[in-house]
Structures are given as structure tokens and as C-alpha cells.
Write a protein that binds this ligand. Structure first.
Ligand SMILES: [Zn+2]
Ligand SMILES: [Zn+2]
Length: 166
């Protein structure tokens, strides 16, 4: 599988949709969990997960990737750890929740474009950092300047189950 796809050894399991490259942790492949993680990144590639606009779409892509991972695991006779999958999805959920929570009043807000959120309760707007393998940082801004068409994220990094997500 490593030979068939563009896979490179690295520090984390991730998929870069810009370069269509998968990074894997070599020593983790001795464990079942590591193989599952690799299958999961291959699933992103196989399903053509190259772009999205909103965080909720990202979560949908993660669910799809895990569904595909389950199928591939069955094909290759690899045990699926459902608890691990649930943990990964929860960590994404928490990350999304953090981004969407208003830094002023704590209400759940609406995402206005790929990195900007706006709160209906206190009229606060903020930008979030893009890296998924870093802690969520929010910067309060005056207003949303962008009024043109939505910016589409065409290159992004899936860092699945990163410890920073939780
Ligand atoms: Zn608010
Ligand atoms: Zn993923």
C-alpha cells in the first residue's frame, strides 16, 4: 500500500491534499492502530478529499474516511478498533467546538467563512488559526471584510487523531 500511494515516513499520520501525499509513522506500523491510521489516510486520498468550505464538511469527510477505512480493513483482514475511531472523531468534534465557541460570551457561533466565525448573541467576530495539529487560537476582529465569493480551501492537511486536537 505504501508503494502504491504517495507515502512518506514522518512524525504524524496525515494527508496533504495539496501534494496528495500521505505521511506515516514508520514504527507505528508494527501495531494494528498504526496500520489503521495509514488506511485512514489512504481513504482520504482514495475518496478525493481535496477541498472543503466549512468545518462541518471537514467532520463529514472524517466520517467518510473512517467508513472507507472499515471497508479496506475488512478487505485486508485487519482488526478495526471502533473505540479508537470514536476517539478520533470525538477529538475532531472538540476541535471544531473550540473554534466555534465565542471567546466573549461562550455561545456556540456560526462559521462565516473558512477561518472566520461570528456570534449572534454578542456580535463578536473572530479568526481561527488553520493548523489542525496546533491548539486552537482565536483572534477577535472588528468585522468580516470579505464580502466576495467564499474562499475555498483547496489545500489542507488532515491530521487525524493528533494529540493537539483534544
Ligand atoms: Zn458571543
Ligand atoms: Zn482523517
Amino acid at each position: 500500500m505504501i508503494a502504491e500511494n504517495k507515502c512518506l515516513p514522518g512524525d504524524v499520520f496525515c494527508f496533504n491534499s495539496n501534494t496528495k501525499t500521505i505521511t506515516y509513522v514508520e514504527e507505528e506500523l508494527e501495531k494494528n492502530e498504526g496500520i489503521l491510521a495509514l488506511l485512514h489516510e489512504i481513504a482520504h486520498l482514495k475518496l478525493g478529499h481535496y477541498s472543503y468550505n466549512y468545518d462541518v464538511e471537514l467532520l463529514k469527510l472524517e466520517h467518510e474516511a473512517w467508513d472507507e477505512t472499515r471497508k479496506m480493513a475488512m478487505q485486508y483482514g485487519i482488526e478495526v478498533d471502533e473505540e479508537h475511531i470514536a476517539e478520533c472523531l470525538t477529538s475532531y468534534d472538540l476541535w471544531l467546538e473550540k473554534r466555534a465557541t465565542c471567546p466573549k460570551c461562550g455561545e456556540y457561533a456560526l462559521q462565516r467563512n473558512n477561518n472566520t466565525f461570528g456570534c449572534f448573541v454578542c456580535d463578536c467576530y473572530w479568526k481561527v488559526n488553520e493548523r489542525k495539529d496546533r491548539e486552537v487560537r482565536k483572534k477577535i476582529i472588528n468585522q468580516i471584510k470579505q464580502t466576495g465569493p467564499e474562499k475555498i480551501i483547496i489545500g489542507f492537511l488532515f491530521v487525524c487523531c493528533s494529540p493537539f486536537l483534544g
